[in-house]
Design a protein around this ligand. Structure first.
Ligand SMILES: [Zn+2]
Length: 578
């Protein structure tokens, strides 16, 4: 079967316009009699190859791509009785593959107060946080003892320019445990009742890889806890929800990802208490799109090499792709682990403030070795260059111990934000994969500029340098850290404009096509799914997104205005914009 592709055929747009004006049929209005659906009449961007390539038509049968090429070729392959879908000038491309985010956090956020600053939320001062929690309390009809949780506050965006404290919350909420999760997800503020519930007080030492900030002049908790200090609060964060409530929230989260054009979503840190939630959702058939889940390293001994779960295989839309470890924290929370210090004051630190690792080098080595030995993919969160050094060392150590240099492991270094060019060289040489986070440029680029200086800030999430080295990088929203919007993500990778309007790291801007590669074909590669996903090629799964405009052809600054009109998973429509 021919797969002849029309390269860069601008005339297609003209032809499509003619079709819109002519016989425009609504998608799926003429049912197939032979089980085949043919799409044509718009840009069909295949994402196969190094340059944009278009097909005139594409046919689907049994959830897979049957044919892609010219109208005549596809019509021949489709046979008589195929349903005809007129794209009416819209653009069809492979469904988005989520490089890294947290679907279950999105589900949780549906019953939490949104404490984000504009444009995501409306919080600009601590009083707004209190107000948002009061509203949540009333909306949820919370009684005494019921936990109140908010997420997304950012101390740099508050008028007070500091983290809230327990005292800020105690006066308004004396009868409810309150937890405010920071925008980074790497720290939280608790009120006194929440500290009491998890039995943390003046006598509690700081945990390994975490901090409990203290009131000035004493040891009473101030409110803020960082990194590993957050773990005791997990039972409160999860809340005591009924399984049917959890299932409903997960279904709403799946619908939200589908509405954003994702046909493969990520849940990149499944903690122990969330395993039953995600398993139950799969059992209940909640995953109309694929969900990649990464169990947390805290369950490594239980899950790796024990046969307790099946790694790397889908079951009812759920795949445990690999183990997730977190080597350090976040740059905006100043817990990212760096080789050179932050240039601005760091809470709880007096000298040589370079953040800190959550794990020791020995722990990293052991975890990497454990996964490699058992053929389990490793996903490692590293924001700072010192954390990345630890991960590269852990990788090299394991390859040496196992005598498997160059094995195709696709170890993913999530975020890879404050990295150095020599580390990108190491990635290229050793097959390590970065999943970048270009949204940081917009949301925290100005903060990074102040905290890190121009050289490091401009090299944040260096997508262009990675592409130049042939590295198959992905790009992610880390939702709920930033919104689940792939078009905004594409916009940040192409334009690298900050909140204040500066271009941060002009040399690291990518083309719209590269930006899309990071959201499609490279995502498939990240999860060892390139044989079935990521491009429009015969035999691959019919996972598509339909956009109102072609990202390759619009003005780059308007990329964020492109809308997802339809999402198709395995040939079935899972979202249509009404
Ligand atoms: Zn994350």
């Amino acid at each position: 079967m021919s797969k002849k592709i029309q390269r860069g055929a601008a005339w297609l747009a003209i032809a499509a316009t003619a079709l819109v004006l002519g016989a425009c049929s609504k998608p799926g209005t003429a049912p197939a009699t032979n089980g085949v659906t043919v799409y044509s009449g718009g840009d069909i961007l295949t994402m196969a190859g190094a340059e944009p390539a278009y097909a005139e038509a594409l046919a689907v049968r049994d959830g897979k791509i049957l044919a892609v090429g010219t109208r005549a070729e596809v019509a021949k392959a489709a046979g008589a009785g195929a349903a005809q879908v007129d794209l009416a000038g819209r653009t069809l491309l492979p469904g988005f593959i989520d490089g890294h985010s947290h679907l279950l956090n999105y589900a949780d956020s549906l019953v939490q107060a949104n404490l984000n600053p504009p444009p995501i939320g409306g919080v600009t001062k601590i009083a707004d946080i209190i107000e948002a929690l009061r509203k949540l309390k009333s909306d949820m009809k919370a009684g005494p003892g019921d936990p109140l949780i908010g997420q997304g506050y950012d101390q740099d965006m508050l008028a007070e320019r500091r983290h809230p404290t327990a005292a800020d919350l105690d006066a308004a909420f004396p009868d409810n445990p309150v937890i405010l999760v920071h925008a980074s997800g790497h720290m939280l503020v608790a009120n006194s009742l929440a500290f009491k519930a998890v039995k943390i007080d003046a006598s509690t030492p700081d945990p390994e890889g975490g901090t409990i900030l203290r009131k000035p002049g004493g040891r009473e908790p101030l409110g803020l806890v960082q990194e590993m200090g957050m773990y005791p609060f997990q039972p409160i964060l999860k809340g005591a929800r009924k399984p049917e409530v959890d299932l409903d929230l997960v279904k709403r989260a799946v619908a939200h990802y589908a509405a954003n054009g994702y046909t493969t979503a990520s849940e990149a840190l499944v903690l122990g208490e969330k395993m039953p939630v995600i398993e139950a959702a799969a059992d209940a058939g909640a995953f109309s799109i694929d969900v990649i889940a990464l169990p947390a390293f805290t369950m490594a001994a239980e899950l790796v090499g024990t046969g307790k779960i099946k790694w790397g295989e889908y079951r009812k839309g759920l795949k445990y792709a690999g183990l997730k470890i977190a080597v350090d924290g976040s740059p905006q929370g100043k817990t990212a682990y760096l080789t050179r210090p932050f240039l601005t004051p760091v809470p709880g630190c007096k000298t040589d403030c370079r953040g800190f690792p959550n794990l020791t080098q020995d722990q990293v080595n052991q975890l990497v070795l454990l996964t490699y030995k058992n053929g389990v993919q490793m996903f490692s969160h590293c924001n700072g260059d010192a954390a990345i050094d630890m991960m590269i060392a852990g990788h090299e150590n394991a390859e040496k111990v196992l005598a498997t240099p160059g094995k195709d492991r696709r170890t993913v270094i999530i975020h890879s934000q404050i990295m150095r060019p020599d580390q990108l060289d190491a990635y290229a040489k050793q097959g390590l994969l970065p999943s970048f986070f270009s949204n940081h440029v917009y949301y925290w680029g100005d903060v990074h500029y102040a905290n890190l200086g121009p050289e490091r800030a401009e090299f944040i999430s260096p997508l262009a340098s990675a592409f130049k080295r042939g590295i198959r990088a992905t790009n992610h929203t880390d939702a709920t850290v930033t919104p689940t919007d792939p078009m905004f993500l594409l916009w940040t990778s192409v334009n690298r404009v900050t909140r204040e309007g500066r271009v941060l790291g002009e040399a690291e801007r990518v083309t719209p096509y590269q930006g899309l590669q990071a959201l499609t074909v490279n995502g498939a590669y990240e999860y060892f799914e390139e044989a079935s996903k990521g491009t429009l090629e015969v035999g691959k799964r019919a996972d598509f997104v339909v956009l109102d405009k072609n990202p390759i052809k619009v003005a780059p600054m308007t990329l964020k205005d492109i809308r997802v009109l339809e999402t198709i998973k395995d040939g079935k429509r899972v979202y249509a914009r009404s």
